[in-house]
Design a protein around this ligand. Structure first.
Ligand SMILES: *[C@@H]1O[C@H](CO)[C@@H](O)[C@H](O)[C@H]1NC(C)=O
Ligand SMILES: *[C@@H]1O[C@H](CO)[C@@H](O)[C@H](O)[C@H]1NC(C)=O
Ligand SMILES: *[C@@H]1O[C@H](CO)[C@@H](O)[C@H](O)[C@H]1NC(C)=O
Ligand SMILES: *[C@@H]1O[C@H](CO)[C@@H](O)[C@H](O)[C@H]1NC(C)=O
Length: 152
């Protein structure tokens, strides 16, 4: 009897959680997208496949509203040093494209970035400097946290 009651309570709880967010478990909802902030550090290519395995992609930040959400969430909750986003200049050297293809109509580079520092930096991350997360070009094989996005 007690077990049955506990089971009913659990099912109610699970369905309430399911109804209140249309996002997969662990993803945060914001303006028609779901975001997942990783707690582990991997290189850019690993991060990209990780997001793909969840039916998502590395986050594409295409407006100030979205940028403020992503950097604000990172600053308040994740607090990692760096998070990969889904852009590179690998296809066209010096031209940053979302998923290697889509033009960036919005950006928020940190001062003097992208600087393609010694030997070349071709992957985009947001990097924590004094509590803010601004955009930075990074060596793609560096280990960093990452943000996946799934549109609803
Ligand atoms: C929400 O996203 C849509 C596109 O998906 C965009 O047109 C709209 O401006 C966004 N709203 C806010 C408040 O950013
Ligand atoms: C860039 O990000 C900072 C900190 O998150 C924010 O205050 C600023 O408004 C952003 N700049 C643009 C151009 O959106
Ligand atoms: C970045 O640095 C690499 C290695 O020095 C160089 O081959 C490449 O042309 C540079 N790219 C840009 C956009 O400056
Ligand atoms: C940037 O603007 C171009 C031209 O309007 C559009 O085709 C493209 O989809 C936009 N890119 C993003 C990431 O929104």
């Amino acid at each position: 009897m007690r077990l049955a009651t506990a089971y009913v309570l659990l099912c109610t709880l699970v369905s309430v959680v399911a109804i209140s967010s249309p996002c997969p478990l662990g993803f945060v909802e914001h303006n028609n997208s779901c975001y997942w902030f990783s707690k582990t550090l991997v290189n850019f290519v690993e991060a990209r496949s990780f997001c793909q395995s969840f039916g998502s992609h590395l986050a594409k930040v295409t407006s100030k509203v979205e940028d403020d959400f992503v950097s604000g969430h990172a600053a308040r909750h994740g607090k990692a040093a760096n998070y990969w986003l889904g852009a590179t200049d690998l296809n066209v050297e010096g031209t940053w494209l979302w998923e290697g293809q889509q033009a960036m109509n919005y950006s928020n580079w940190s001062r003097d970035q992208p600087d393609n520092f010694s030997g070349g930096e071709h992957c985009l991350d947001i990097k924590q400097i004094l509590g803010n997360y601004l955009w930075n070009d990074e060596k793609c094989n560096m280990a960093a946290n990452f943000i996946c996005e799934k549109e609803l």
